[in-house]
Design a protein around this ligand. Structure first.
Ligand code: SF4
Ligand code: FES
Length: 477
């Protein structure tokens, strides 16, 4: 564990720590463009330079390892001059079109220009000009804004392995482009290049011009469409989610990236309030929670089916409704093909199977339940379900169980024909409208916070289930 001095402050770091990270640990943020913790360092932007005692020139802190006895200065006159010169160089051809740029508000060019730039430019020649280009249906490139950090190019080589992007030409003609007009449409990770781009050169067709980022409030949540319940940000304004972004966790490289399917999944939960179930339904008509609770209480032995895509608190409360412990059944059979083993640790799309299992839910036993219902040993079934995570075969199996039960109750955040076939339904919030936690296949606990307020009448499943449990256990007056 080497000990070094950064701005005269002694710091001890792990062996092999980059100088840039050592400076951060000491509380000194180092401006950088080309460095990214999940990509190979290339030291092309020269923004991270620091002064190391005994070295004849400034060094790039993104490629130098911290060593015993080093004495580093991060804001000496030489460093300050160098940063101002780099900023001037990077902005030479920049169009300065911040008012119409999607990156404004989260742009490293803006931030570093303000913090480290000189405020002047000696550029009198005409700036080079490119028209913006579509790199397929998902990504748009504006080369005028590119600072040639090559993060995007390295991503397509090192992570997605798709190699669509390259650096062409030299000198002032240098440009990031695609090989022979290739599109990024077949790259399932394409959206990550937008997150990686430190400036507004790569933008997302889905988000472009939709919202100024300073209006957005990032809420920590998870992706329901990955097997590891990837940590993500839900960027929210006016009770709507405008985009999903990765939420990197320290020490886990795989959390820097998400699949486009996960990134665009927020559209699925953007439900029109008028089209949602807003009040309890019983036998096809509007009803009350009390009437449903009474039917459930009076029908007889209750079994529950919980899909392992909901939170653990919800699973706990659902489990408590079962008349006996062995009447807790798990469902969900979505499979996610493994395309990138470094990013995907499981192909099981039922990301909270473990959390449900720990609460007594048995997966793969729906046939047993079907038989119990047929024999009359189970009279009522409560279903917690999301159709996107069950195959047609499993859906048919559950439909048969609900059809045979004397009474059935469905809780579905996004209603489906399966739930609508149950005798009763309760209006349930989506996961973005509640807070809970899951335990993924690796045993990691992942919490998600409430990002949106549900419309009036809609409650989290855990709240309905808790109220049902209280109604079932209450002594008749
Ligand atoms: S497009 Fe963005 S990420 Fe790619 S090289 Fe240019 S500035 Fe870097
Ligand atoms: S971040 Fe070190 S040279 Fe670019």
């Amino acid at each position: 564990m080497p000990t070094l001095k950064i701005n005269d402050i002694p710091v001890t770091v792990e062996a092999g720590t980059l100088l840039l990270d050592a400076c951060r640990q000491a509380g000194f943020d180092i401006p950088h463009y080309c460095y990214h913790p999940a990509l190979t360092p290339v030291a092309t932007c020269r923004m991270c330079m620091v002064e190391v005692k005994g070295q004849p020139k400034l060094v790039t802190s993104c490629t130098m390892t911290a060593a015993e006895g080093m004495e580093v200065q991060t804001a000496s006159p030489a460093v300050t001059d160098a940063r101002a010169a780099v900023m001037e160089f990077l902005l030479m051809n920049h169009p300065l079109d911040c008012p119409i740029c999607d990156q404004a508000g989260e742009c490293k060019l803006q931030d570093y220009s303000y913090a480290y730039g000189s405020g002047d430019s000696r550029m009198v020649e005409p700036k080079r000009r490119y028209r913006y280009e579509d790199l397929g249906a998902k990504i748009v490139i504006d080369k005028n804004r590119c600072i040639h950090c090559t993060r995007c190019v390295r991503f397509t080589r090192e992570v997605s392995g798709t190699h669509e992007l390259t650096v062409a030409n030299r000198g002032s003609e240098l440009e990031v482009t695609t090989y022979a007009g290739l599109s990024m449409d077949s790259n399932p990770l394409a959206g990550n290049v937008v997150d990686l781009c430190p400036v507004g050169a790569l933008t997302s067709r889905d988000f472009r011009f939709n919202k100024r980022v300073w209006y957005l409030k990032p809420i920590p949540t998870i992706s329901r469409h990955s097997a590891s319940a990837s940590p993500i940000w839900a960027d929210v304004d006016a009770n709507r989610v405008w985009r999903f972004r990765p939420r990197p966790l320290g020490g886990k490289t795989s959390t820097h990236f998400i699949f486009d399917e996960e990134r665009h999944a927020y559209h699925r939960y953007d439900l029109e309030p008028a089209s949602r179930l807003r009040e309890p339904k019983l036998d096809g008509a509007a009803s009350t929670f009390e009437a449903i609770a009474e039917r459930l209480r009076s029908t007889g032995p209750v079994a529950v089916i919980g899909q392992g895509t909901f939170g653990c608190d919800t699973a706990q409360r659902l489990g408590e409704l079962a008349s006996r412990e062995e009447l807790r059944f798990g469902s969900g059979d979505k499979h996610i093909p493994i395309q990138y083993p470094d990013l995907q640790t499981s192909s099981d799309g039922i990301f909270n199977r473990r959390g449900f299992g720990e609460r007594g839910f048995r997966f793969g036993h729906l046939e047993t339940l079907r038989q119990l219902v047929k024999d009359g040993a189970v009279k009522a079934v409560v279903l917690l379900h999301d159709e996107a995570f069950s195959s047609a075969k499993e859906t048919d199996q559950i439909r048969e169980i609900l059809g045979k039960a004397a009474f059935s109750l469905a809780l579905e955040p996004i209603p489906s024909a399966l739930g609508e076939g149950a005798a009763a339904q309760l209006p349930v919030a989506t996961y973005l409208e509640e807070q809970d936690f899951v335990v993924n296949h690796e045993g990691e606990l992942r919490r998600y916070q409430k990002a949106l307020e549900p419309p009036k009448g809609i409650r989290p499943a855990a709240a309905w289930l808790g109220a049902l449990r209280d109604a079932l256990t209450a002594q008749p007056a």
